[in-house]
Design a protein around this ligand. Structure first.
Ligand code: SF4
Length: 216
């Protein structure tokens, strides 16, 4: 594979637009981005349904929800003590900064730095929030990205740092407003392809991509 742009085109042609993130509001994206840490999306959906039923999908509602109740509601997503605390931290950050719409007015880099200071918000969570909730061109890297880039020979090793892989994408596809859609789709397509074919044990005989590394 010659470039990330080429990989994007091939995946898009194969799977079509993914239209992520599966959420109704930007705050729901934020909640999902925290809850999806170390678990699969089906478990996140159950936790979000619980929060929805209790009308808790606003930062103010999360903040005023008793800890015990919040933990109980998000239990399906696992690590519920930690995640309840993280959700409160993130909600506090949003409220103290005037809400989602005010946050959207801030610059990407500054916002990213601030988000990364919130306990429980790591790089992948911060970039998911920036890209899918706050409409900022900030590419999301995950383990699938590192694995696929290595296998299709975009990178020479799977163990590059998060920031290095992110920079690689953003140097080739610049972080400008017009590319928000590309970043959103590229991340979603990498996840889709990694789940369908480029799994831990890849299904290369069924794959449309060629020229990959031999996987042991
Ligand atoms: S499944 Fe195989 S052929 Fe397809 S992208 Fe992964 S390593 Fe390459």
């Amino acid at each position: 594979m010659k470039s990330i742009a080429e990989l994007y085109e091939v995946l898009l042609k194969a799977y079509g637009e993914q239209n992520w993130w599966p959420a109704k509001t930007p705050f729901e994206v934020c909640v999902g981005a925290v809850l999806t840490q170390n678990t699969n999306w089906r478990n996140v959906e159950k936790a979000i349904e619980n929060l929805k039923r209790e009308n808790l999908l606003t930062p103010e509602a999360i903040l005023s929800c008793p800890d015990e109740k919040l933990r109980e509601l998000i239990k399906p997503a696992g690590f519920f003590r930690q995640k309840a605390e993280y959700l409160k931290n993130l909600s506090r950050f949003i409220v103290e900064n005037g809400g989602i719409e005010e946050l959207k007015k801030r610059k990407r880099e500054e916002l990213r730095r601030e988000l990364l200071k919130v306990k429980g918000i790591g790089r992948e969570t911060a970039d998911s929030i920036l890209l899918y909730a706050l409409d900022k061109p900030s590419f999301v890297v995950d383990a699938y990205t590192k694995r696929l880039f290595y296998r299709v020979r975009i990178t020479e090793t799977e163990s590059l740092s998060y920031e290095t892989v992110k920079r690689l994408v953003e140097e080739e596809i610049p972080p400008v407003e017009e590319n928000i859609g590309v970043y959103r789709e590229l991340h979603a397509l990498i996840v889709e392809h990694s789940k369908r074919l480029c799994r831990k044990s890849p299904l290369c005989s069924r794959c449309f991509l060629q020229g990959c590394r031999e996987i042991g």
